[in-house]
Write a protein that binds this ligand. Structure first.
Ligand code: MCN
Length: 801
């Protein structure tokens, strides 16, 4: 008897292959391919005066050297668009000065790492040798590094962008300034989060093969958005879209950075394959990932808040400055998310938010797991803690007093999201989550523990942070399901997978909806040869979007199966059910008449092959002869398959609350996380084990962002820690055990009641850890990440004050 699969902690079907080293990643492909290396700018801001390739020409194995001029010539000769700037993917009316990069620099470089020359050679060694021999003359320009330098605007990143301001945006839901001025209590805070970046185990990579006979291009790329890369590559290379296919092999993590479509290399490598008529490949190395991919998080914030004697918010005004790096391919998503989701589970009174997106001569910014929410959560939660400290109130109590209540759902914060739609919280029980969190971490008993520890000479502290997260953003996702004649169920979606266990969770959904054993289901993702309509994997949207799409698709296949089987079983459709992959008459149990789905697939196709056991050969035969009926019933199509799409009215809001206990060393200021507790609400859990794995991974990144990871830029724009020798990621030894409790408030917006979970773990890390350190130390923290030496200096400042 089939048990329900949704809700079960099913082990991930992809893991045996992946953990035994049998994954097939980009670099595992195409050993016959020419390989690419790039000359990248060593300067943050300069004009490219001359490129001299003479010394590289006699490198053995050299195939081709391309500069921006070659791209221009190609446009003239072939009508391609390879020399044009890359697309601005998500425009916004306030993005008045959107600038994107060129695949190869066209005369000016705006960050260290920007590609200037592409070298193609028989192998990577030869390509790197040639790169070393290419000389570039530069005329130096003044680099703008960091938000303060960009704001000062003494120099410009782009000559035609006044003040370095790419965009300025304001939203308000009342007269916040008046509300703050009239409030009995007021505070002002300056808060900062530094730059960091996603560091997937596998960097980016592209492999392209031009098939001259078929005149088609197959691009393998380590991306989060295969269908969009397909459209972009076809447009850039001036190829008919139907001649281009994009396949995503196993992807060793993305965390946002592989969202851009296309990256320069995703244009250049296919273009070179097309021109050279040979497979070409590029695999990003770690240094390239640091200096030529994308970063995020860097923001400065100024907060003004007014509140009453009980800590209830009356008005909140936030102004912040977003360091957007040298170019803006991905629009204003990150700062818009900060500005619209920083309110978290609270009612702010009148709210005003204003931000400026600033160009700097540093690596570009695109969303990194959490995408603007860790900054927003830091702002809101630091503000909550500051209010509690000012009034001498319990920090949890202040939060509780400001919560939106469950009976106020759906709740409208009065804000508009990037897509022009109103942001509505659809579900959630914030008081319920807080009660669970307090219980889990022992919030009310902590004061006694802190005192006792202090008496022993130890410094321990506790902090908490709450957030909401708009997940499952539209516009749509789709699915295709086909039941093969042997009963195998093949599920395809266009979404890509970077390690989230999609094969497992989508199979769980189909198993339930279609009534087939889980083991019979095969899921493919990210292959445009199989499924062409998709948006991509980001914004924690797969469970909501693809999950719902395959659910409605499975329902369509099920209906078709029942229609076909009703003939064979001579029973009405309403009387039939599918159990364990067999269609049978309800109530007849296992011994009643039944037909398995493979046989239904055979029946669905009037021109079909079957294996004749007796004759030991495949036989072609026609549908059961009924002279009065057409072989395929009107309105039906042959085959037991269907394709359906799901498009939500708007994003669904997940939420969560984290509590952290830390201990700081009185002498060395070393910071240890002793406990990390999570209460999480992502609606219906499809696979609790996967969700918990996602939370663990997110928490690890949150701890990294709070205590270790930052991009250390020198004033001249050199990234000083562009390797794992210097960029500190937490090891397993630094990541605490994560204690998790779930609260399930199903989303009313989709057929499964699910909300996303893929980014949740990272969002409140910096806020909760800052609060815990503050509690242990009795000092004020306004900037994260914080290292032991910074804590040490804060202590000294505090003593002097
Ligand atoms: N899930 C579930 N029930 C829910 C919600 C989610 O069982 N109610 C499970 C699903 O099984 C799904 C996983 O959790 O497989 C994550 O689901 P979802 O929240 O829909 O997020 P996505 O699958 O769309 O993944 C994207 C998200 C993002 S935006 C980043 S960034 C991120 C993340 O996932 N990048 C990752 N997690 C990552 N995990 C890995 N290993 N690698 C990355 O690059």
């Amino acid at each position: 008897m089939t048990t329900r699969m949704v809700g079960e902690p099913v082990k991930r079907v992809e893991d045996p292959r992946l953990v035994t080293g049998n994954g097939r990643y980009l670099d595992d492909l195409g050993h016959d391919a020419f390989e690419v290396a790039f000359v990248r700018s060593p300067h943050a801001h300069a004009r490219v005066v001359d490129v001299d390739v003479t010394d590289a020409l006699d490198v053995e194995g050299l195939v081709a050297i391309y500069t921006y001029e070659d791209l221009v010539a190609d446009e003239e000769e072939h009508g391609t668009r390879v020399a044009q700037a890359l697309p601005l993917l998500i425009p916004h009316p306030t993005l008045t000065h959107g600038r994107t990069q060129h695949a190869l620099a066209n005369g000016e470089v705006n960050h260290v790492g920007e590609a200037i020359v592409m070298v193609v050679a028989s192998d990577r060694y030869a390509a790197e040798d040639a790169v070393e021999r290419i000389r570039v003359d530069y005329e130096f320009l003044t680099p703008i590094v960091g938000v303060e330098a960009a704001r000062a605007a003494e120099h410009l990143v782009h000559d035609d962008v006044p003040g370095n301001v790419a965009a300025r945006m304001v939203q308000e839901t009342g007269d916040a300034d008046a509300a703050i001025d009239a409030a009995p209590h007021r505070l002002e805070l300056d808060l900062a989060i530094e730059r960091s970046a996603s560091m997937p185990m596998e960097g980016k990579g592209v492999h392209a093969r031009w098939d001259a006979d078929d005149e088609s291009l197959t691009v393998h790329t380590s991306t989060q958005t295969s269908t969009s890369v397909r459209q972009a590559v076809a447009a850039k290379l001036n190829l008919p879209v139907d001649r281009v296919e994009v396949v995503t092999p196993d992807v060793g993590g993305g965390f946002g950075v592989k969202i851009v479509h296309p990256w320069p290399e995703e244009v250049l490598v296919p273009w070179a394959a097309l021109r050279l008529g040979r497979p070409v490949k590029w695999t990003e190395d770690r240094r390239e990932h640091f200096v030529s991919s994308a970063h995020e998080r860097g923001q400065l914030h100024h907060v003004r808040v007014g509140y009453d004697d009980e800590g209830r918010l009356l008005g909140l005004s936030v102004k912040f400055w977003h360091d957007h790096g040298a170019y803006i391919p991905y629009g204003l998503i990150v700062p818009i998310i900060t500005s619209t989701q920083l309110l978290g589970p609270y009612k702010p009174g009148a709210y005003r938010v204003e931000f400026e997106s600033l160009y700097t001569n540093t690596v570009i910014v695109t969303p990194y797991r959490g995408a603007g929410r860790p900054q927003g959560c830091f702002v809101m939660e630091r503000t909550m803690d500051a209010i509690a400290a000012d009034l001498g109130l319990d920090r949890a109590l202040v939060r509780e007093r400001n919560f939106i209540q469950p009976d106020e759902m759906p709740y409208d914060q009065g804000l508009i999201f990037q897509d022009g739609r109103q942001l509505l919280y659809d579900s959630g029980d914030f008081p319920g989550s807080l009660a669970k969190l307090k219980e889990l971490v022992g919030w009310d008993d902590f004061a006694a523990y802190r005192e006792q520890a202090r008496a022993e000479g130890r410094r321990v502290g506790i902090g908490m942070a709450c957030y909401v997260e708009g997940t499952g953003v539209g516009p749509y996702e789709g699915g295709h399901i086909r039941v093969e004649t042997d009963g195998t169920v093949v599920v395809s979606t266009g979404l890509t997978t970077q390690g989230q266990g999609h094969q497992t969770m989508l199979a769980q959904i189909v198993a339930d909806e279609l009534g087939v054993p889980f083991e019979r289901i095969r899921v493919t993702t990210g292959d445009t040869r199989r499924f062409k309509y998709a948006v991509g994997t980001f914004a924690s949207r797969t469970a909501v979007m693809s999950g719902s799409a395959v659910a409605v698709t499975a329902r369509a296949v099920r209906e078709k199966a029942l229609r076909i089987a009703s003939d064979a079983l001579e029973a009405a459709v309403e009387d039939l059910e599918i159990v364990d992959g067999n269609v049978r008459v309800k109530g007849t149990g296992e011994n009643g008449a039944s037909v398995d789905l493979g046989a239904v697939a055979v029946l669905s196709n009037p021109l079909r092959y079957a294996f004749d056991e007796a004759a030991k050969r495949a036989t072609q035969f026609a549908a059961p002869a009924d002279p009065d009926k057409p072989p395929v019933a009107e309105g039906e199509s042959p085959g037991l398959e269907a394709s359906q799409f799901y498009s939500p009215p708007r994003s669904t809001f997940a939420n969560g609350m984290h509590a952290v206990v830390v201990e700081t060393d009185p002498d060395t200021a070393d910071i240890k996380v002793l406990r990390y507790c999570v209460v999480h609400d992502c609606g219906t859990l499809i696979n609790p084990m996967i969700v918990e794995g996602q939370i663990h991974g997110g928490v690890a990144q949150g701890v990294g962002g709070a205590l270790y990871e930052r991009m250390e830029y020198a004033p001249d724009g050199q990234l000083l820690n562009a390797s794992f020798m210097d960029f500190l990621m937490p090891y397993a030894s630094e990541v605490p055990e994560v204690e998790i409790d779930h609260l399930v408030t199903p989303s009313p917006l989709n057929p499964l009641g699910v909300k996303g979970a893929g980014e949740a773990g990272v969002i409140p890390g910096a806020a909760a850890i800052a609060a815990a350190i503050e509690d242990a130390e009795g000092i004020t923290i306004r900037r994260m990440p914080i290292s032991p030496s910074e804590l040490f200096h804060l202590r000294l400042e505090n003593q002097e004050a």
